[in-house]
Write a protein that binds this ligand. Structure first.
Ligand code: SF4
Length: 378
């Protein structure tokens, strides 16, 4: 369990009546303005948990179709626990940050093994699960079980920093400690889950990063940043991410019947358990072609005869802008050496869609399969 926060002091302008009034106003606004979402209107801990995991790093609009498909495939925690990891990754395909799915699956297995079908109303149990950090813990516990636990994410930290005109950066260090203390201090004794959601909803729709709509804000009269005219500078803007360009090559290794797909090691940091064609970075001074043959040899043990360039796929991963150039190739010699990959499987082209893959890999293979292109190979 997280350590207790330092005492939190409200602004000097607030009286004993301010916080209760602010809570009532925010909840009334939430009742009237909340956006419909398929996981709202439910206290089902499983649905809330799945939605909150999907919503990390991903927008509501992007999550909704994935959430609906996931819940059809795995309507209960037991269905998820009993599923094969490949099935889970396949349904996560396109959402990115696949470690979330692997953690969710592992946590479901542990919960069902220890607690059966009923998810426990016990923060200590949840806090020990893989992938459950302080935010997920507060979100699930407050929304499903009315536990008095705070949440802090990108929207609520902005709202809290503005309500109290905090000079600290709430994303790090002392500012982060402060914002968790503030999030705990403002919680009501009832409707805790709704209050947490209202805080996030206000940040997402009214108290936006740029040009907050203070004239429409239900708590404007108690907001310190507004009173001081500091909405534009609180919280301080996050430092711009420095984007690094990376050139990669990927190789579609195939014969007339099948494509070689490889599976990433389970302990790999990224795309663990997913399938892919071998790909890797181009070294300084290296041509794309020599990088392609080297990457295949180093990652798989195969020596290949390179065919033609298939496509260029651009995608971003965290702070990297990756340009992936795809080539076709045929195997010439060597045998599969497990290491970087755990498995090599020859997959008929018509069955590629059955394998969980990252978006860039699917794009590369789709381009390879584009009618007309295959005839030009070799
Ligand atoms: S008054 Fe403005 S700055 Fe303050 S919480 Fe509302 S929208 Fe945000």
């Amino acid at each position: 369990m997280p350590a207790p926060e330092p005492p939190f002091a409200p602004p000097a302008t607030w009286t004993n009546r301010t916080l209760p009034a602010l809570r009532r106003a925010l909840l009334a606004w939430f009742d009237a303005h909340r956006r419909p979402m398929p996981w709202r209107n439910s206290r089902d801990a499983y649905r809330i948990w799945v939605s909150e995991v999907m919503l990390q790093q991903t927008t509501v609009a992007a999550v909704i179709p994935f959430f609906e498909r996931f819940l059809v495939a795995f309507p209960t925690v037991r269905h998820l626990a009993d599923a094969d990891e490949q099935q889970v990754l396949h349904l996560w395909q396109g959402l990115g940050y696949y470690r979330r799915a692997r953690h969710l699956h592992a946590a479901a297995k542990r919960l069902v093994a220890d607690h059966g079908d009923a998810l426990p109303d016990d923060p200590a149990v949840w806090a020990e699960l893989p992938g459950v950090g302080r935010y997920i813990l507060g979100a699930v516990m407050s929304q499903a079980f009315e536990r008095k636990l705070p949440i802090v994410e990108a929207n609520s930290l902005r709202v809290l920093a503005r309500w109290f005109a905090s000079p600290l950066d709430p994303r790090a260090g002392a500012g982060q400690k402060w914002v968790w203390a503030a999030a705990a201090a403002v919680l009501p004794d009832a409707r805790i889950g709704d209050f947490n959601q209202a805080l996030m909803e206000l940040g997402a729709t009214v108290c936006t990063p740029v040009a907050p709509r203070c004239d429409e804000c239900p708590v404007a009269k108690w907001c310190e940043a507004r009173r001081l005219g500091l909405q534009a500078t609180i919280p301080p803007r996050p430092k711009a991410k420095i984007i690094t360009n990376v050139a990669e090559v990927g190789v579609v290794l195939h014969d007339e019947r099948a494509v070689c797909l490889f599976q990433r090691r389970p302990d790999a940091k990224r795309w663990a358990g997913m399938w892919e064609v071998p790909h890797g970075e181009v070294a300084p001074g290296e041509t794309l072609e020599s990088a392609a043959t080297r990457v295949v040899r180093e990652l798989t043990g195969f020596t290949v005869a390179l065919g033609e360039e298939v496509a260029t796929v651009r995608h971003g991963v965290t702070r990297y802008a990756i340009t992936l150039t795809g080539f076709t190739a045929r195997r010439r010699s060597g045998s599969f050496a497990a290491g970087h990959y755990t498995q090599c499987r020859e997959v008929p082209a018509g069955e590629l869609a059955d394998y969980p893959m990252s978006t860039s890999q699917r794009q590369l293979l789709a381009e390879w399969r584009r009618p007309g292109r295959a005839r030009r190979l070799f």
